[in-house]
Design a protein around this ligand. Structure first.
Ligand code: ITT
Length: 190
Protein backbone atom coordinates (compact mmCIF):
# COMPACT_ATOMS: atom_id res chain seq x y z
CA UNK A 1 0.00 0.00 0.00
CA UNK A 2 1.24 3.53 -0.72
CA UNK A 3 2.58 5.57 2.19
CA UNK A 4 2.58 9.33 2.75
CA UNK A 5 4.65 11.20 5.36
CA UNK A 6 3.29 13.98 7.62
CA UNK A 7 5.80 16.29 9.33
CA UNK A 8 4.42 17.88 12.50
CA UNK A 9 5.29 18.44 16.15
CA UNK A 10 1.62 18.41 17.12
CA UNK A 11 0.27 15.01 18.22
CA UNK A 12 -3.35 16.24 18.13
CA UNK A 13 -3.03 17.20 14.49
CA UNK A 14 -1.43 13.87 13.66
CA UNK A 15 -4.14 11.90 15.46
CA UNK A 16 -6.92 13.79 13.68
CA UNK A 17 -5.35 13.40 10.24
CA UNK A 18 -4.52 9.74 10.90
CA UNK A 19 -8.15 8.99 11.84
CA UNK A 20 -9.35 10.65 8.63
CA UNK A 21 -6.88 8.58 6.58
CA UNK A 22 -7.97 5.37 8.31
CA UNK A 23 -11.64 6.11 7.59
CA UNK A 24 -11.31 7.31 4.00
CA UNK A 25 -8.37 5.64 2.27
CA UNK A 26 -6.06 2.66 2.24
CA UNK A 27 -3.05 4.99 1.87
CA UNK A 28 -0.97 4.78 5.05
CA UNK A 29 0.13 7.80 7.05
CA UNK A 30 3.54 7.93 8.71
CA UNK A 31 4.54 10.55 11.26
CA UNK A 32 7.80 12.47 11.11
CA UNK A 33 7.72 14.23 14.49
CA UNK A 34 9.64 17.45 14.13
CA UNK A 35 9.22 21.13 14.98
CA UNK A 36 8.70 23.08 11.81
CA UNK A 37 10.47 26.33 10.95
CA UNK A 38 7.85 28.88 9.89
CA UNK A 39 8.36 32.11 7.96
CA UNK A 40 6.50 35.24 9.06
CA UNK A 41 3.52 35.84 6.80
CA UNK A 42 -0.19 36.60 7.08
CA UNK A 43 -0.92 33.84 4.59
CA UNK A 44 -1.12 30.26 5.91
CA UNK A 45 -0.67 28.83 2.42
CA UNK A 46 2.60 30.71 2.05
CA UNK A 47 3.75 29.57 5.51
CA UNK A 48 2.91 25.94 4.67
CA UNK A 49 4.68 26.21 1.30
CA UNK A 50 7.95 27.50 2.77
CA UNK A 51 7.79 25.09 5.76
CA UNK A 52 7.51 22.23 3.31
CA UNK A 53 10.41 23.52 1.22
CA UNK A 54 12.54 23.58 4.39
CA UNK A 55 11.40 20.09 5.50
CA UNK A 56 12.16 18.54 2.14
CA UNK A 57 15.77 19.68 2.43
CA UNK A 58 16.06 17.53 5.59
CA UNK A 59 13.74 14.63 4.73
CA UNK A 60 13.83 12.76 1.46
CA UNK A 61 10.72 10.64 1.97
CA UNK A 62 7.97 11.21 -0.62
CA UNK A 63 5.11 12.05 -0.82
CA UNK A 64 5.46 14.35 2.19
CA UNK A 65 3.27 17.10 3.62
CA UNK A 66 2.91 19.71 6.38
CA UNK A 67 -0.22 21.44 7.66
CA UNK A 68 -0.49 25.02 8.90
CA UNK A 69 -3.62 26.05 10.73
CA UNK A 70 -5.02 28.99 12.62
CA UNK A 71 -8.03 30.72 14.12
CA UNK A 72 -9.06 34.04 12.53
CA UNK A 73 -11.39 36.32 14.53
CA UNK A 74 -13.32 38.88 12.44
CA UNK A 75 -13.50 41.68 15.01
CA UNK A 76 -9.78 41.33 15.78
CA UNK A 77 -8.95 41.74 12.07
CA UNK A 78 -8.05 38.09 11.71
CA UNK A 79 -5.96 37.84 14.89
CA UNK A 80 -4.46 35.42 16.03
CA UNK A 81 -4.43 33.88 12.51
CA UNK A 82 -0.84 32.96 11.55
CA UNK A 83 0.23 33.63 15.16
CA UNK A 84 -2.23 31.10 16.63
CA UNK A 85 0.38 28.75 18.08
CA UNK A 86 2.34 31.61 19.70
CA UNK A 87 -0.74 33.37 21.07
CA UNK A 88 -2.06 30.10 22.48
CA UNK A 89 1.22 29.64 24.37
CA UNK A 90 1.34 33.24 25.62
CA UNK A 91 -2.06 34.84 26.40
CA UNK A 92 -3.98 31.59 25.89
CA UNK A 93 -7.75 31.13 25.74
CA UNK A 94 -8.38 33.44 28.70
CA UNK A 95 -6.44 36.19 26.96
CA UNK A 96 -8.51 35.80 23.80
CA UNK A 97 -11.79 35.92 25.77
CA UNK A 98 -10.56 39.03 27.59
CA UNK A 99 -9.84 40.73 24.23
CA UNK A 100 -13.37 39.74 23.15
CA UNK A 101 -15.08 40.81 26.41
CA UNK A 102 -17.10 43.70 24.95
CA UNK A 103 -17.35 42.36 21.42
CA UNK A 104 -20.80 41.31 20.22
CA UNK A 105 -19.82 40.12 16.73
CA UNK A 106 -18.06 36.88 17.63
CA UNK A 107 -17.62 35.50 14.13
CA UNK A 108 -14.42 33.64 13.35
CA UNK A 109 -13.07 30.89 11.15
CA UNK A 110 -10.52 28.13 11.39
CA UNK A 111 -8.26 27.52 8.39
CA UNK A 112 -6.18 24.50 7.49
CA UNK A 113 -3.62 24.72 4.70
CA UNK A 114 -1.80 21.57 3.67
CA UNK A 115 1.32 21.68 1.47
CA UNK A 116 2.21 18.39 -0.23
CA UNK A 117 5.35 17.51 -2.17
CA UNK A 118 4.87 14.73 -4.65
CA UNK A 119 7.53 14.11 -7.27
CA UNK A 120 8.89 17.63 -7.78
CA UNK A 121 5.55 19.42 -7.51
CA UNK A 122 4.07 21.21 -4.52
CA UNK A 123 0.28 21.15 -4.16
CA UNK A 124 -1.67 23.24 -1.63
CA UNK A 125 -5.06 22.28 -0.18
CA UNK A 126 -6.94 24.83 1.93
CA UNK A 127 -10.27 24.71 3.72
CA UNK A 128 -12.05 26.94 6.23
CA UNK A 129 -14.83 26.37 8.73
CA UNK A 130 -16.90 29.30 10.00
CA UNK A 131 -18.10 29.67 13.56
CA UNK A 132 -18.25 31.86 16.64
CA UNK A 133 -16.08 32.50 19.68
CA UNK A 134 -17.87 31.34 22.82
CA UNK A 135 -18.11 33.42 25.99
CA UNK A 136 -16.87 30.55 28.16
CA UNK A 137 -14.08 28.00 27.92
CA UNK A 138 -15.47 24.48 27.63
CA UNK A 139 -13.71 21.67 29.45
CA UNK A 140 -12.74 19.42 26.55
CA UNK A 141 -10.58 19.76 23.48
CA UNK A 142 -7.10 20.96 22.60
CA UNK A 143 -5.81 24.32 21.34
CA UNK A 144 -8.68 26.70 20.58
CA UNK A 145 -11.30 23.90 20.47
CA UNK A 146 -12.80 24.92 23.86
CA UNK A 147 -13.78 28.41 22.58
CA UNK A 148 -14.77 27.75 18.94
CA UNK A 149 -18.42 26.94 18.15
CA UNK A 150 -18.76 25.78 14.52
CA UNK A 151 -21.60 27.32 12.53
CA UNK A 152 -23.01 23.91 11.54
CA UNK A 153 -23.69 23.09 15.22
CA UNK A 154 -24.21 26.55 16.68
CA UNK A 155 -24.25 25.40 20.32
CA UNK A 156 -21.33 23.13 21.17
CA UNK A 157 -17.66 24.01 20.95
CA UNK A 158 -15.29 21.86 18.86
CA UNK A 159 -14.06 20.55 22.23
CA UNK A 160 -17.55 19.53 23.35
CA UNK A 161 -18.23 17.82 20.02
CA UNK A 162 -15.59 15.17 20.74
CA UNK A 163 -14.88 12.85 17.79
CA UNK A 164 -17.63 14.56 15.74
CA UNK A 165 -15.28 17.55 15.34
CA UNK A 166 -13.13 15.37 13.12
CA UNK A 167 -15.93 14.92 10.58
CA UNK A 168 -16.70 18.64 10.14
CA UNK A 169 -13.48 20.54 10.86
CA UNK A 170 -11.23 22.66 8.64
CA UNK A 171 -8.61 19.89 8.95
CA UNK A 172 -11.11 17.20 7.94
CA UNK A 173 -12.11 19.10 4.79
CA UNK A 174 -8.53 19.92 3.77
CA UNK A 175 -7.40 16.35 4.47
CA UNK A 176 -10.19 14.96 2.28
CA UNK A 177 -8.93 17.14 -0.59
CA UNK A 178 -5.43 15.80 0.05
CA UNK A 179 -6.64 12.18 0.07
CA UNK A 180 -8.59 12.61 -3.19
CA UNK A 181 -5.50 14.09 -4.85
CA UNK A 182 -3.21 11.35 -3.51
CA UNK A 183 -5.58 8.59 -4.61
CA UNK A 184 -5.81 9.99 -8.13
CA UNK A 185 -2.06 10.38 -8.31
CA UNK A 186 -0.74 7.27 -6.51
CA UNK A 187 -3.22 4.70 -7.80
CA UNK A 188 -2.95 6.05 -11.34
CA UNK A 189 0.84 5.51 -11.19
CA UNK A 190 0.52 1.81 -10.12
P1 ITT B 1 3.20 22.00 13.60
O1 ITT B 1 4.39 21.33 14.16
O2 ITT B 1 2.41 21.12 12.68
O3 ITT B 1 3.50 23.37 13.00
P2 ITT B 1 1.73 23.57 15.60
O4 ITT B 1 0.97 23.18 16.82
O5 ITT B 1 2.88 24.53 15.75
O6 ITT B 1 2.21 22.23 14.86
P3 ITT B 1 0.45 25.47 13.77
O7 ITT B 1 1.71 26.22 13.54
O8 ITT B 1 -0.36 25.08 12.58
O9 ITT B 1 0.68 24.09 14.57
O10 ITT B 1 -0.36 26.32 14.80
C1 ITT B 1 -1.67 26.22 14.88
C2 ITT B 1 -2.13 26.50 16.27
O11 ITT B 1 -3.52 26.79 16.10
C3 ITT B 1 -2.04 25.23 17.13
O12 ITT B 1 -0.95 25.25 17.98
C4 ITT B 1 -3.35 25.31 17.91
O13 ITT B 1 -3.14 26.09 19.06
C5 ITT B 1 -4.30 26.03 16.97
N1 ITT B 1 -5.14 25.09 16.20
C6 ITT B 1 -5.00 24.72 14.89
N2 ITT B 1 -5.93 23.83 14.54
C7 ITT B 1 -6.67 23.62 15.65
C8 ITT B 1 -7.76 22.80 15.94
O14 ITT B 1 -8.28 21.97 15.04
N3 ITT B 1 -8.27 22.83 17.17
C9 ITT B 1 -7.75 23.66 18.10
N4 ITT B 1 -6.72 24.46 17.92
C10 ITT B 1 -6.16 24.44 16.70
Amino acid sequence: MPVVFFVTSNQHKFQEVNTIFTQHTSIQLKLIQKSIIEIQSFDLEEIAFFSLEKCTQDFHERPIFVEDSGLFIDQLNGFPGPFSAYIFKTIGLKGILTLMQHVNNREAFFQSSIALKIDDCIEIFTERVKGKISRNISESGWGYDPIFIPECDGIHSFGDLGPKKNSISHRYLATLKLIRFLEDHLFEMN
